[in-house]
Design a protein around this ligand. Structure first.
Ligand code: F1P
Length: 290
């Protein structure tokens, strides 16, 4: 499933951006103090959304793993991302704040799940729902919906995703044994998601850092078997430092969300090369219910 769902992303992003305006009232209004929450992939999309919104001057925005939401912190709105709509930590948090002053919005893929009752407002991206355990199109479509709502989406992003699906992957990457993904601002969330995708689908040893943090220790493990993949704008001098370790430095000219599509493809290619079935990821289930 994951290979076809991954390839559907351009069409899903088009649809997600297309419905942003009609759901505008359910999404954070300018100036609202907003927390974006989720678990796993959904948490990393929450990180990206919060950084984008705050960076666009639309209001104070934070992101939390749903299990780590600071009790007692006051937000005008909580936006919970959950493809399955059944993840326990998300439902617990929405339950805790129910009836209080915080307005809650859920973005989900399945309109038949408990999150529909747990949140004040719901946006259903049923066209992007997935059968896979490993998330691709739901997560990136939810982020596209939010980018469009923030005024930060354009058709060029979808065109970049189309390119990301056909561009050949650098063959040297298939021989790498360790992957470090770097980001800054909203792309830190994408770097975290890239690392998670590679772990889930291909059981690779992956890490993710804010780009400037890479110099503060993580670079020590970098060798000729490492790929250091910068998502977004690289800080000055970092490429030279990474080259000096013998690692492969990877960047791309596509929109960062489209770069993530390339990484999803690499994760599947590595899984195949290692004889793994990315539709049966080890120790994982489609949603975690405690
Ligand atoms: C979140 C999630 C997935 C992850 C895993 C378990 O689910 O953590 O991101 O890949 O398979 O569930 P959801 O709340 O978005 O449904």
């Amino acid at each position: 499933h994951v290979a076809t769902e991954l390839a559907d992303q351009p069409e899903c992003w088009r649809r997600a951006a297309g419905i942003a305006a009609e759901h505008g009232a359910a999404l954070p209004q300018p100036g609202e103090r907003t927390a974006f929450v989720g678990c796993g992939t959904s948490y990393f999309m929450a990180q990206a959304a919060a950084a984008l919104r705050e960076g666009a001057g639309l209001g104070e925005s934070d992101a939390f793993a749903a299990s780590e939401f600071p009790a007692g912190r006051r937000y005008d709105r909580i936006v919970a991302l959950s493809r399955s709509g059944t993840t326990t930590e998300v439902l617990r948090l929405l339950d805790q704040v129910r009836g209080g002053a915080t307005r809650t919005t859920a973005i989900t893929g399945d309109p038949t799940t408990p999150v529909m009752q747990a949140a004040d407002d719901v946006v259903v991206l049923d066209f992007a729902d997935e059968r896979s355990v490993v998330q691709t199109r739901f997560a990136t479509s939810a982020l596209t919906l939010l980018r469009a709502h923030f005024g930060l989406h354009s058709d060029a992003v979808v065109e970049d995703a189309e390119l990301a699906l056909v561009e050949p992957l650098p063959p040297a990457l298939l021989a790498c044994t360790q992957f470090s993904f770097l980001g800054n601002g909203w792309t830190v969330g994408l770097a975290n998601e890239a690392a998670l995708k590679m772990r889930e689908a291909s059981l690779s040893w992956t890490e993710a850092y804010p780009a400037m943090e890479y110099r503060h220790g993580p670079i020590s493990i970098s060798t000729s078997g490492t790929a250091t993949w910068m998502i977004g704008q690289a800080p000055d001098g970092l490429e030279t430092e990474v080259h000096a370790t013998g690692a492969h430095w990877v960047t791309g000219g596509l929109d960062p969300l489209a770069e993530l599509v390339r990484i999803q493809r690499l994760a599947l290619a590595l899984a195949e090369a290692r004889g793994l079935d990315p539709d049966e990821p080890r120790h994982l289930s489609r949603s975690v219910i405690l």
